[in-house]
Write a protein that binds this ligand. Structure first.
Ligand code: URA
Length: 442
């Protein structure tokens, strides 16, 4: 078998413009060879682009997910009392929901074995956010992962050399080869991790809008159906919420900035949109974990976990367990900012018509929230604080965003993008819905 023949089969040609379905043997050959270092990145990049344009059948997506899953071991959670329920977002801007969610559901007795990713394209990454906490380690060994779940009900780790190594490699390669926005590649990436980490039930937050990989509702539905169908075929109970990602979520986009907002949410004083979505997902996780009979009951339990302070306590316990300096975290709150600062102010009187999430996310990449090359480090103190949102009235010169960059040079291109992201209207725009749809297989 040769990698180039597999690439050409997926690419297609005269009379076969959409390529052909690959067999399990072919997918195993390509992914296995890549993980072993026998197939070079340039061939895998080319294959990814062919999949991006020609897609995969439902069966092929299932095989790719299975092959990626089997590229490493799976986490054995036996001996720990469940239920194990996890959530995964398809990626957004200002989307820090995993961070407050895990301690909230842990407070309800739902165990969350969370395996997350890094910043991808214009979207932020849970691991990068967590690592902005001084000392916090996201490369947990399996015994540590198990131990921390037993102690606080959740643990946060990344793809490792042992667990889903194929996703660790493919995820980074897709990020820099323009091959992220593909239903089969996203499905296999997410589900291989989710099945490997040992969760019995899953809630997917499928983002839809300019700041998401799926820009319109039809594509978001296709991704939600693919995740639910493939997840169900792999024996999981699955719920997918399709949620709006046209505007950044919450008041912050960044790494440490989003950790600060996480603590606000856990103290019951977070922005309305992120709080709403966090509680809506927590409610479903409580139902899937059989801690609540209805979504309404799950929601009320989640609200109580925040109001009692228990969820915040668990968050800080997890920080300490994973090597983070919880004392410094609390002392740094509201203070740890990059010295390279700029302000974006309103260009005219009126209302904010939109703060377009994609361009805001891209501004974040320039600032150092995300990366342009796989080996690049992110800047913990970079990001944006949003003082205004869609629908807010503004006067010319009002502060819309504080902007923090990794260096002075990063500020100018970011400000230019923010200028393109922010638009104004003479009338207040109608508020859109946050949750656009729901697909369940429970
Ligand atoms: N999140 C993932 O884990 N993988 C993707 O491909 C996209 C979002």
């Amino acid at each position: 078998m040769r990698a180039v023949d597999i690439i050409m089969k997926k690419r297609g040609g005269p009379g076969r413009p959409n390529g052909s379905e690959l067999s399990r043997e072919e997918i195993e050959f390509l992914i296995g060879g890549y993980v072993k270092g026998e197939i070079p990145e340039y061939q895998v990049s080319s294959w990814l682009m062919a999949v991006f344009f020609n897609g995969m059948t439902f069966a092929e997506t299932g095989v790719l997910t299975d092959v990626m899953l089997k590229s490493g071991g799976v986490i054995d959670l036996s001996g720990i009392a469940g239920p194990f329920v996890d959530k995964h977002s398809t990626g957004g801007v200002g989307d820090k929901i995993s961070l407050p969610l895990a301690p909230i559901v842990a407070a309800l007795g739902v165990k969350d074995p969370m395996m997350s990713g890094r910043a991808l394209g214009h979207t932020g990454g849970t691991l990068d956010k967590l690592e902005s906490i001084t000392g916090y380690r996201t490369g947990l060994s399996v015994p540590e992962f198990r131990d921390f779940i037993q102690k606080t009900g959740f643990a946060m780790t990344g793809q490792t050399k042992e667990i889903v190594p194929a996703d660790r490699l493919l995820y980074a390669l897709r990020d820099v080869t323009g091959t992220v926005e593909s239903v089969p590649l996203i499905t296999a990436s997410i589900l291989s991790k989710k099945v490997a980490e040992g969760a019995d039930s899953l809630v997917f937050d499928v983002k839809c809008g300019t700041g998401a990989f799926m820009k319109n509702i039809d594509d978001a539905k296709r991704l939600a159906e693919s995740l639910v169908g493939t997840g169900q075929a792999m024996g999981k109970k699955v719920v997918a919420l399709i949620t709006d990602m046209n505007e950044p979520l919450g008041d912050t986009v960044g790494n440490f900035l989003e950790i600060e907002e996480t603590m606000d949410i856990l103290e019951g004083k977070g922005p309305a949109d992120v709080t709403e979505l966090t509680l809506a997902i927590a409610a479903w996780m409580a139902v899937l974990g059989e801690r609540a009979k209805t979504v309404a009951e799950g929601r009320s339990l989640a609200e109580k976990a925040v109001a009692s302070g228990r969820a915040m306590e668990l968050f800080l316990e997890n920080v300490a367990l994973q090597g983070g300096d919880a004392k410094k975290l609390l002392a740094d709150r509201g203070k740890r900012r990059s010295a390279h600062r700029a302000e974006f102010r309103a260009a005219s009187d009126g209302y904010i018509a939109s703060i377009e999430a994609f361009k805001t996310g891209l501004a974040g990449v320039y600032l150092g929230v995300g990366r342009n090359r796989t080996e690049e480090a992110v800047c913990p103190e970079a990001g944006m604080i949003l003082h205004k949102h869609k629908g807010d009235a503004v006067k010319k010169g009002d502060l819309i965003m504080e902007v923090y960059g990794k260096d002075e040079a990063s500020l100018e291109p970011a400000l230019k993008l923010i200028g393109e992201a922010v638009s104004y209207a003479s009338e207040r725009p109608a508020a859109g819905k946050l949750i656009l749809g729901e697909i369940t297989a429970v």
